[in-house]
Structure formats: structure tokens, C-alpha cells
Design a protein around this ligand. Sequence first.
Ligand SMILES: O=C(O)CCC(=O)C(=O)O
Length: 271
Amino acid sequence: MKLTEQQIADYDRDGYLILKGLISPEEVALLQRDAEMLRTPRRGHPDANVIEKDGTSIRAAWAIEIDSAACAAAYRIPRVLEPVKQLLGEGVYLYQSRLNYKVAGKGDVFQWHQDYTSWHMDGMPHGGHRDMLTVLVMLDDTKTENGPLRFLPGSHHEGMIDPVYDTWTTSYPLHIVPDPRVESLVARRGIVECTGPAGTVVIFCGNLVHGSTENRSDRDRRNLYFAYSRGDNRPVPGGPRRKHSNNYIMNPHPHALEVVDDRALLAAATA
Ligand SMILES: O=C(O)CCC(=O)C(=O)O
């Protein structure tokens, strides 16, 4: 699948693109099946998971493709990888992956932040919207009440914003955009919610300011995230690195990606 010129222009202007119906209900069912497996000790690498501050609910699973055949296919099928290559070039590699669970009634807030802030602190030299981006796959029907991802459209044009290190709001310390800056961005640019049926895909760039509220509803809101980088954008050797509490935050095998068969995700049913 190829993005149109208009879609590329929209991405360049807004920093994101919403593609409804990209993943079929059958494929979503397989990803949901693996999402359930990943949150149990059946997962090959349970130490890649993060718990909410209530001490029991799962918040996130990192490096999902290493234990889930469906996830390992999802980020390389042509419907997903071809648009990414249009935006970042042929040599793209997978930089990071995660599944955020936003469990019904428990899923906690993600404060306003830019992903590139953390990636920069791990030595990534370039984080413009044609350098690094993330593909989000919705695994549940997502509405305002179950804590959708929210964007400040066009905020990537601000570049990397000096962050505040927030260690207190959630179970997961995060470099966040300071409140006064968020308020001024919201006043100028407004807020867009990423709502849609399960199977909706959203492409958003590493510098886009985003966050989400708690999930106070009785329905989970699971999102898969695959972060990609341009091939020649690699962590600076000997450059800065954060001290990670989780060993699965950066893909240790960053190689140029080739598309797999478009039916590869469905084939994961037998894996
Ligand atoms: O899943 C969410 O609601 C927020 C995700 C996010 O911003 C992140 O994982 O960095």
C-alpha cells in the first residue's frame, strides 16, 4: 500500500496520519490473542513487562515481536511497512516496540511528552518527522471514554522541547513537556483524539507531543506501537544512554527491514 501525495503532505503538516480499517478483524483477533499471552508468564520474556502503580495491572509490554509471531509479522506487512518506507526511506529499521494495555478502570495516564526526548537521551542523533516515527495499531474499539492517545497536531514543528523529568505521576518515570508549554500549544493547536475501531492504524512522528488520560471505562484500550528509524540514524557510539530499568527498550538487532507477505499476519494463526 502506498500513501498518496495528499496523505504525505498531511503527515508533514500535522505530524500524524490516521488510516482506518488497515488491519482486518481476523488479524486483530490474532494480535489480541497474543496480547493476552504476552501479559502472562507464558511470555518468553516476562521481565520485558511493566506493571501499573497499583502493583497488579499490566501497563506495558516491551519488545513484543520477540515473543509474538503475530506482532513479528504486523510491523513488516506491506500495508504497514511500505508507507513507513515512503516517509523514512528504504533502509528503515525497527527501533523499539511496545504494547500499552490501558486496562479497563485501571489504565493510568501518559503525561504529555515527545518520544524523541527519550530516544535522544539514548543517543539517537535525529528525531525529525522524516527521521523517526511510530506506527500504532488499535487492538480495541477506541473512544473518548477508554483513554485514546491524544495529539497536539503540528507540535512536531516546535522541535525537541526542554523536558521535565516526572518520576511521581505514574509507575513509569517520563520526560514530559512542561505544563505552561502544553497550555500554550493547546491554545494554538488544539487536541486531536485518536479514536476509531480496532484495526485502525495511526502513524505519528517522534517529535509530536502526545499523551492520554486514564481509562475509567469498563473496556480495555490496547495499542501496539512499532517505532522505526531512518537507516542512517543510529545511536551515536559512546554517546549518551539512559539507565534503563527495562532491558528491552531498544531493539538490539536493528537491521534494514524487508516487507513480508501480506498474509503473514494471518499465517501467525498457526504459529
Ligand atoms: O498508550 C498510550 O496511551 C500512550 C503511549 C505513549 O505515549 C508512550 O508509550 O510513549
